[in-house]
Design a protein around this ligand. Sequence first.
Ligand SMILES: Cc1cc2nc3c(=O)[nH]c(=O)nc-3n(C[C@H](O)[C@H](O)[C@H](O)COP(=O)(O)O)c2cc1C
Ligand SMILES: O=C(O)C(=O)c1ccccc1
Length: 416
Amino acid sequence: MDPSIQPEREPSYALYQKELFLLSQKGSHPEFSTRPDKLEELAKETLSKGGWLYASCNAGLGWTDRANREAFYRWRIVPRMLVDTTARDTTTELFGHKISAPIAFAPIGINKIYHPLGELNAAKVAGELNIPYCLSTAGSQPIEDVAKAAGTAPKFFQLYCPHDEELEDSLLQRAWDSGFDVCIMTLDTWQLAWRHEDIANSNYAFYRGIGAEIGLTDPVFRKRIKEAGLDPEKAEDMPQIGEKWIDNVWHGKAHTWEKVPKLIKKWKEISGGRPFLLKGIQHPDDAIKAVEVGCDGIVVSNHAGRQVDGAVGSLEVLPEIVDAVGDKCTILFDSGIRSAADVFKALALGAKAVLVGRLYVFGMGIAGEAGVRHVMKSLLAEFDILMNCAGVNKISDIKKSHLRYVEGVGGLSGTL
Ligand SMILES: Cc1cc2nc3c(=O)[nH]c(=O)nc-3n(C[C@H](O)[C@H](O)[C@H](O)COP(=O)(O)O)c2cc1C
Ligand SMILES: O=C(O)C(=O)c1ccccc1
């Protein structure tokens, strides 16, 4: 933040807007627009073909991706006037962490296909902005290095849970030892969905030997590699090692509900009782079950529409899930967040915080760490300004009464 712009309170992300306008005084302007359709256009031009295809691919015809956006379109914000919002506060508490805003980095695999430093870019920005960073098991930087880059940001570890228990122990222990204190088990990606464009281009980085760094730095997985007669030091063995990594960790058979309490028990022992969440919940009965088996929270998510084509929009199911378990566990939300208004709507419908995925990936592909910073600071600024303009002072004041439901979806196009 430009120090000559005096904040009226800390943190005051709204001032980022002024900072960007003031660039005109230096004959300059921001490097790129963070309007999501423009961002997507630029990402398409800038990313490698494989990176772009992977980030943008959806399941099947892409109808779930569309349903995610349509669901947001049907809820409208009703702003309130003449409210004194000078002391408004975007901060909130999540699992014992005080964070700058109810916004977190979603776990996204193989970031090296977007930028050579991969996950380190986003982790560093999470630390600067003090918002949570979720590291994917499919990340392409070692757990320990990502933790260092994230500094004091709250660090959540997203587990693709292997069937190899020794490997599971090792991943969880490494995560905890490095400072990840919330475990999020993703449920919806045991099989990569039918994603037409990736398949048509044989586009899966691991099969090209890219992105298995978490496995390559794991003592148990290294043992497995050697047992299979492969050499982690040999570049020519990488494609087979990548194949083994995904087969061992997540493209196996799905776990079932019996697994979850065991995993929770293990995580609680390792972490001294820190939170455990399930990600990918879309049905209230699954949410109820998650609470029954001892989860501290859930992520209502359909994986950005990348897994089940023709599925319900993630925001559509949020209210019924909140009705079922909202008073019994912490509900996070993702899939389709493209703006501050979307964040506001998800919170108003009962989410404690939201995860953002594609937006920051596009920023990373366009300009690495600076790109992630611009995208996420812009989102935080837009959210702060939205609270101001809608007459809201605190996160806990954002309620369903700020929304109105409208039937019909006319007018939607492309990424919006
Ligand atoms: C390119 C890409 C890779 C992803 N990789 C993972 C992953 O490794 N683990 C995971 O739990 N979710 C993964 N997701 C899903 C995100 O965590 C999140 O649920 C989703 O992106 C949120 O929707 P949004 O992109 O519309 O914000 C991935 C999503 C994308 C777009
Ligand atoms: O592509 C995805 O959606 C995803 O979750 C994933 C799976 C494997 C590796 C990287 C990302």
